[in-house]
Design a protein around this ligand. Structure first.
Ligand SMILES: [Zn+2]
Length: 401
């Protein structure tokens, strides 16, 4: 850390609703290749304590980031700013969103202490969803209890107040403050419910949070991670889910109260159809193998190219062919890509992996295998027929020797 720079009065600490202000530029810097200014006073919140920075403008120039650096509040700008006296405007929607999420987090974290004796070890206010990490694993029931209590506190519209106290006073009140908070600790209190050290922007009343909605939770490290949204984000999340559910309902021609059962029935049908499909495919593959063996001379060397067969089917056909006795199968499927499967019956003398490598080299592909079965593929079908013919010739020569 270098020596602290000029101090900036942080207007948002006394009035989180102040969105416009006048200030003097105290210093000009550069931050990650962009111009940045330090002001004598600011309503812009610098990223800290899990809450992202405010955006807005200074004299019409976009403020793209606000960061603390060596004790200074750097307003990082999207373009040059010449004037010394500037007028600042904070983006109102983003500020209100952050206040809703951050205060909602205070209430939800306290609710987990009250209902599940679980403390929050970290908080992240994300672009879409926020998370808290709890120091214990919580059940679905515990999560819903904490959510319910949070909303009761929201809807009771309790006053929220902030004040500066000495570290000693904070400790006497049972509030733990991080070391970097210094000797003066800012307390944020939701009357009669929550008291904690925090530098963030909070509303005047809990009711401004609107609603606290837990979207989900999962085990994380030794505890649980809880995903949540508050206020306008909760409305947006509800809309998105409603729209998705409505679309699924329309696709299935199913009313909402039968939707789960409809999906379950569909899954059952799909499982049955998949099972039947596999059975029919296997029958067809066995019949195809029998036809090919019958048509092949002796020694039985089957060379065949199919259009757009799945690799699994090609491999199954090869296995059926070689299982019957003495057969060499040189199979290919041709679609956008080419797939090759070479196989021979147990006891035949050919170097199947070597034959495959040779064929793949001719069509610019990759693959491998061991013993009696090898497979591979290529992005191009150019030269496929001559490559297979070459492999067949090698097998005939070896068989005749
Ligand atoms: Zn906070």
């Amino acid at each position: 850390m270098s020596a602290p720079g000029p101090a900036t009065r942080r207007l948002h600490r006394d009035d989180p609703y102040l969105l416009e202000f006048d200030a003097q530029v105290l210093a000009r810097r550069e931050h990650e290749g962009r111009p940045a200014v330090v002001l004598d006073r600011t309503a812009f919140y610098a990223e800290s304590g899990g809450q992202p920075w405010d955006t807005g403008t200074l004299d019409g120039v976009p403020v793209v980031a606000v960061v603390e650096q060596d004790g200074d509040v750097l307003h990082v700008l999207g373009g040059p700013l010449e004037s010394r006296a500037v007028h600042g405007r904070v983006d109102a929607d983003r500020r209100r969103d952050h206040m809703q999420q951050h205060h909602g987090q205070h209430l939800l974290s306290r609710a987990f202490v009250e209902t599940a004796s679980t403390a929050t070890v970290s908080f992240h206010l994300g672009a879409d969803v926020s998370t808290i990490d709890l120091d214990a694993v919580v059940s679905e029931e515990a999560v819903r209890k904490a959510e319910t209590l949070s909303n009761e506190i929201v809807w009771s519209g309790r006053p929220v107040r902030s004040r500066l106290v000495s570290r000693r006073e904070a400790e006497d009140l049972g509030v733990h403050a991080a070391d970097e908070a210094g000797d003066e600790v800012r307390l944020v209190e939701a009357e009669g419910f929550d008291l904690q050290a925090c530098g963030g922007t909070h509303p005047e009343r809990t009711s401004e949070v609107g609603v606290v909605l837990v979207l989900g939770h999962e085990r994380y490290k030794a505890g649980s991670r809880v995903r949540f949204v508050c206020g306008a984000r909760a409305v947006a999340a509800f809309r998105a889910r409603t729209s998705a559910v409505d679309q699924v309902g329309a696709l299935l021609s199913s009313p909402l109260d039968d939707l789960t059962a409809s999906v379950a029935r569909l899954q059952e049908k799909l499982a049955e159809a998949t099972r039947r499909g596999r059975e029919m495919t296997d029958r067809a593959l066995r019949a195809e193998a029998a036809r090919l063996i019958a048509a092949a001379g002796s020694p039985a060397i089957v060379t065949a190219i199919y259009d757009a067969w799945p690799a699994d089917d090609l491999r199954a056909l090869a296995q059926h062919l070689v299982a019957g006795g003495t057969c060499v199968a040189l199979l290919a499927s041709r679609a956008e890509k080419v797939h090759l499967v070479f196989a021979q019956s147990e006891g035949l003398p050919h170097d199947i992996p070597g034959l495959l490598r040779q064929a793949l080299a001719e069509i610019g592909g990759r693959g491998g295998g061991r013993g009696n079965l090898a497979q591979g593929g290529s992005d191009s079908a150019a030269g496929l027929e001559p490559a297979l013919a070459g492999a067949e010739r090698a097998v005939r020569e070896r068989s005749a020797a």
